[in-house]
Design a protein around this ligand. Sequence first.
Ligand code: SF4
Length: 475
Amino acid sequence: MGKASARAANAGIQTEQAIALVRQENDRFSMESGRARRAFVLTFGCQQNEADSEKIAGMAKAMGYEIAATPEGADLIVVNTCAVREHAEKKALSTVGQYKHLKAQNPDLVIAMCGCMVSQQHRAEEIKRRYPYVNFVFGTAALGAFPALLWEWMNTRRRIFRAAEAETAIAEGLPVRRESGYRAWVSIMYGCNNFCSYCIVPYVRGRERSREPEPILAEIRELVAAGYRDITLLGQNVNSYGKGTKAGWDFADLLAEADKIEGDFLLRFMTSHPKDAGKKLIDVMAASRHIAHQFHLPLQSGSNAILAKMNRHYTAEKYLETLDYLREKMPDVTVTSDIIVGFPGETEEDFEETMKMIERAQFDMIFSFIYSPRKGTPAAAMEDQVPPEVTHARFDRLLELQNAIGAEKNRELVGKTLRVLCDGESKNDKATVSGRTEGNKLVFWRGDPAARGNFVRVKITSAEAFALQGELLND
Ligand code: SF4
């Protein structure tokens, strides 16, 4: 990685300088105590948060911390929070509540919180009031300021809240400690301009900012050279990548250039917005060598009335046009989607429209969510909220339909031989190995876990709604 160039927000020192200062202090501690300080990073939420946490762990490591697997015995705990659903917020708060006793055991323990939840003013206030043992808080835009805030806390012992930071320039070159040695996230942009009426993201991650293509391509090249096999480009709406960059490339241009990189790897991306997923992008995918034939295209609802209330800027018909083009150009493409059930004002007829779309679209899988009102979003203030019992009944019907479709789509793969990236020993059955297909489908087979991180060929022998079973081919 290059040198960290972000100016650490408000602390007046560069990230790189702050890392060196904390490192000196931690080296001194190690000399005196005979052990290195340990840091534990806990992540809630989406892939973007996972990618941010890998940078937090990377910065912690560069500052001399050993990365711990559990919070017990840690000297620094960072909780990276999510705000997309109320459930995730409650879980983060109750987890931090449990750290109170760790602080009582070790008063020198430093506890920090970051991410989307703490970027909301009311949550930052709540942490100030109800969690006095949380030492500092930083929002998603202030990721590069983490070392400087830690340094400031170490020196002043005054609580710091940098939660509602205005968007800052993208911090290039932050150290990264990747969780996997063969799958990697690469953030290509941050924030979102879309303001879907149910979504908190634009309020907590700010306006859209894209990285310049060159550092992205350099990062992909580095990953491929280091043996990474599965690289996912991340952004809230990758299809609108490139606005405001000096290069002036769009997302299809970026993908086409990344596809020229030599090596044995797959390139994925998420998340797409149907209003911006155009033919140029699909054509680039279809003609590519490395871009996985997999598309996550969130539909959210099959009802045009609800899509309008959601501020999604497409209709069910427009969505189907994109889907049909996708399948025309890549008949083997795996398509997944997101559906929100029980959006305010969703009538039985609206829900039936969604069910019809699910039948028509034949998704390989959907991620379905019960609508969760997010304070500060327009949808939370809408009057006609759907009663929970109605929402739950619709949710169950939707799952039943999709499970049958998913199982059928998977059964179509029986007898086929697929290239699968091996993830090693399966969690539940030590005699079984698991992996993911190009379409990101989960496959189990009997084999050697030593193939972890490599592509193997697996002949599919049976299928269920959420997984495939197969036999390893040793050719
Ligand atoms: S596109 Fe819509 S749902 Fe996705 S992050 Fe932006 S506002 Fe949220």
